[in-house]
Design a protein around this ligand. Sequence first.
Ligand code: GCW
Length: 717
Amino acid sequence: MQKTLLALLALLTLLPAAARAEDGYRLWLRYDRLAEPSRRVDAAAATAIVAPGSGPVAQAARAELQRGLSGLLGRPVAMARDVDRDGAILLATPRSSPAIAALHLPLDRLGDEGYLIRTVRIGGRPATVIAANSDRGLLYGAFAFLRLVQTGRAIDRLDIADAPKVKLRLLDHWDNLDRHVERGYAGQSLWDWQKLPLWKDPRYIDYARADASIGINGAVVNNVNSKADILTAPWLEKVAALAEIFRPWGVRVYLSARFSAPIEIGGLRTADPLDPQVRAWWKAKADEIYRIIPDFGGFLVKANSEGQPGPQDYKRSHADGANMLADALAPHGGVVMWRAFVYSATGADDRAKQAYDEFKPLDGKFRPNVILQVKNGPLDFQPREPFHPLFGAMPKTPVAIEVEITKEYLGFATHLAFLGTMWEEALASDTFARGRGSTLAKVVEGALGGHNLSAMAGVANTGTDRNWSGSQFDQANWYAFGRLAWDPQLSARAIAEEWTRMTWGNDPRVVDAIVPMMMGSRQAVVDYMTPLGLHHLMGTGHHYGPAPWVNDQQRPEWNPVYYHRADANGIGFDRTATGSNAVAQYAPEVARRFADRRSVGDDYLLWFHHVKWDDRLDTGRTLWDELVARYTRGVEEVAGMRRTWASLAPYVDPQRHEEVAAFLAIQAREASWWRDASIAYFQSISHRPLPAGFAPPAHPLDYYEALKFPYAPGQGG
Ligand code: GCW
């Protein structure tokens, strides 16, 4: 009896932290005691933290370092005044610590956000320094050091210098003032506007900590489609409260500015950007904002797109609009992020060409504090798109990339899709803007155009769900965004591994299973939703599930049939010279590759070409057979992910394991739905038999066509 009790007790204490109830709230900042084999920090290291900085950012860095190390090492790591023992960690700038100044570290090139981590000797004692020019650098250095420890890296001989390659690393929240999140699948908005500014939900701190841990330094807190009210005094007070909470974590607040605000909240009769009264109104508004938020970041604007007001309403250009706001912000150091996602009121011959057509002529016409914010692809955050041609076409303008972290088009929160690979693919695309090697990453970094300003924006996937992002694995997309915004040339695999180790643990059985699963996951979505370059076939409005048959929307480009163009002969959008000639918007080297059936590759085949059903592809199959095979492969990939996940049950805490398993079951069901509905529909056009060995759709086409989802989450409006 006693024996069993003892055994039970022993078992309880041995239970790895992973087996405790766990809902994902802590994100990747779990700081549980590391298991022995991955704990590379021996007792002689991290004996104390010396952090003389007194500002709020330095204090946040110090507190995080202490909390993280104490948790990871399973022993309290004390604070000390000086490096008075072996193995101390000194976190300081040359200004806050004479010891750091005396080391003459090469901090020059690290700017005001970079950091250096180095194993040194101070007064003859072995020590680790985390040094920077500024407190923000210390904050990022502290998180980087914790990441090393948490991912099981040796820390006894360090020499790391790192600085962000992109200046503004921003989350764009599509959060409305009533807390509905447009395209949000993780609950309501984190911002409890009604209770702000007096009630400051402690969760705001954890949000900012999480951002800081991956280098995000700004948040646009309201939706680009939301009302102008946020610019009124009572709302600005609420925004100021958020700004105050975010500040110690290096996160600045930005606002989406509705172009017609001077009319809606200013009582003017026009919002014409050349009207002196309008200009004066914005100037006064900017002054007012900076009075209460001195480090306010600036405005994000969606203008003349999807019904939003803009300068074109007054026959002015996007540059006129952006420059007016830029002039208002310039005295305070603020920026305007002007979105290039335009969707004009009149139909275009090819929607994918619109942004380029409107913005290319404006290159060189923007004020220096304007950044053009361009979605990764020319259409709209599809599972796969070629890169947006504007990245290679605006040499005189800082161009930011906007990616969608929330999975509007990749299965909402329930489908497991790691987007790091998608963004890596986009960032590695060669625009040929200045010859070979002009990658999108370099354009965004500003290196190519010699721009001072640079930015990367991600549409946030955060909400009030305990797990923040709607699912455990969607946290990885928030994480990957931050890491790539810091360094657009990081590898998706390295990021996936980091995140996995921090989120699920360092056990090689876990890491070796999860990382490959993540790496293949986005391609699986492409396969079961929109293989071979197909795009925009999702349900109208809510974008949930397949609807390639939709053909009754008012404007041609609102209909999926506009994009796939399937007919008795074949399928695909001819964007070569014989079609819309969208290829001509790319540099000649790129245009040639895309325009040629032999060089375009499978990924973008039907994006750029209309291909006959019976044409043979490189795989040896006809296009029709290949399409069926790809849809099927996508479903099989999800089945494989489920098997992988099931095999991890012994190594993952039950609560998170169960949630992921259930979501994968949803994904499996929906992947089959996508496959079956798409095959049923395209077969009704191709009139080809299914290749041998492939199962027919579970239901007839009209079954799928009849499905309706009026309550699908995240809808606009
Ligand atoms: O993808 C579309 C979304 C809209 C969104 C728009 C945009 C914020 O369906 O919900 O509106 O893009 O990026 O402006």
